[in-house]
Write a protein that binds this ligand. Structure first.
Ligand SMILES: NC(=O)C1=CN([C@@H]2O[C@H](COP(=O)(O)OP(=O)(O)OC[C@H]3O[C@@H](n4cnc5c(N)ncnc54)[C@H](OP(=O)(O)O)[C@@H]3O)[C@@H](O)[C@H]2O)C=CC1
Ligand SMILES: O=C1OC[C@@H](O)[C@H](O)[C@H]1O
Length: 335
């Protein structure tokens, strides 16, 4: 059956998140029938081969371009550092591949738009991998928000604080480091998930390191009708409580630590647990098994001929990156 045709994946980058993505994808119950890790590409052949051996991928390439040139590959996962996202996305789209690219697609909406417009022109799927949005519990949150059970929602809070400023790709400006693009984006996507519209006003603060990348931020989003969201994120300190709350006149939703990939969500009358199996290769990041949902979503979209995701599509990328643009402007962040 056409719907079950295996999706042949090419993976760009043999780093931490690519490991987690491949391992998570292999936990899907329909993995064998729907997905195949066909090729791994890294900057060195040796590194690619080591990674390919772990995931039993038949091909290992020492150049990302080889993935673009491989006619067997239908979709590419881009799991490299921020500075390479636009270049590799354009390269893969040009070669006729669907693309799932790690967040952030780019530091500005203008650059994101270039990629989205090209994907549309080429009639290919492009997903910015804001993985939270593909968790089934995020659908449940949205349903509860829309149900009216909470009454009038007027306040959203999110907190994402983990000490990551010593990570090289995050503290260096030439690697497009900084916390707004790396973790602040999760707080923003959460507020956008709840309110589904652009705020009327944004008030942002953030400190820059000596290289000029941001290390922390406090952002207030003001929506029509006095509705608000408060976002706190930091790469300098741990909070131990990276939760999110949605507050309404009749009830609340509480998303447990870590709100961007939750294991548990407390809705008005019920608590949802989200248990995800361990993959064949140990994960580098918390609850990375949840990366399986974006692979599954990509499969379903492609096989049903849908090229703009209803869970996190073009209009969502636009909203989130326009908010990032405004925060960057206010805190003096420029790459
Ligand atoms: N969804 C999620 O939960 C997470 C998402 N991410 C996202 O994933 C992406 C990668 O993060 P992560 O895996 O932690 O990063 P890594 O530090 O593991 O680097 C990923 C890859 O980027 C390439 N790379 C690393 N350093 C350089 C450099 N100096 N110059 C050029 N290329 C380099 C390497 O590719 P090669 O192997 O080819 O040498 C490396 O394997 C980011 O976009 C990040 O935001 C990260 C963590 C969690
Ligand atoms: O997406 C992410 O989530 C976990 C963080 O540790 C990491 O820096 C970030 O890229």
């Amino acid at each position: 059956m056409a719907e079950e045709k295996v999706l042949n994946w090419g993976i760009c980058g043999a780093g931490k998140i690519s490991n987690d993505f491949c391992s998570a994808m292999m936990t899907l119950s329909r993995y064998e029938r729907e997905h195949k890790i066909t090729a791994i590409a890294a900057r060195s052949q040796e590194k690619a081969q080591k990674f390919a051996d772990i995931f039993e991928a038949p091909k290992a390439y020492g150049s990302y371009k080889d993935v673009a040139n491989d006619p067997d590959i239908e979709i590419v996962y881009i799991g490299v550092i921020h500075t390479e996202h636009v270049r590799l996305s354009m390269m893969m789209l040009e070669a006729g591949k669907h693309v799932v690219c790690e967040k952030p697609l780019a530091p500005t909406w203008q650059e994101c738009k270039k990629v989205l417009d090209y994907a549309k022109e080429k009639k290919l799927l492009f997903l910015e991998a804001v993985w939270s949005r593909f968790f089934p519990v995020y659908d449940a949150i949205k349903d509860e928000v829309n149900s009216g059970n909470l009454g009038d929602i007027s306040m959203v809070t999110t907190q994402f604080c983990i000490p990551i400023m010593s990570v090289e790709r995050l503290c260096r400006k030439d690697l497009m480091g900084g916390v707004l693009l790396d973790i602040g984006i999760y707080c923003i996507q959460f507020a956008c998930h709840v309110y589904g519209e652009m705020p009327e006003k944004i008030i942002a603060t953030g400190s820059l390191n000596e290289e000029g990348v941001d290390e922390d931020g406090c952002v207030i989003l003001l929506y029509s009708g006095n509705r608000k969201a408060s976002l706190v994120y930091s790469g300098k300190t741990a909070s131990g409580n990276n939760t999110a709350t949605i507050m309404g006149s009749k009830g609340q939703i509480f998303i447990d630590d870590c709100f961007w990939c939750p294991k548990s969500v407390k809705l008005t009358d019920t608590t949802l647990e989200n248990k995800i199996p361990e993959g064949p290769s140990p994960y580098n990041f918390y609850n990375s098994g949840g990366l399986r949902y974006e692979a599954d979503h990509a499969f379903k979209l492609i096989r049903s001929g849908q090229l703009d995701s209803p869970k996190y599509g073009y209009k969502d990328v636009e909203m989130i990156h326009k908010i990032i643009d405004e925060i960057s402007k206010q805190i003096g962040l420029k790459y």
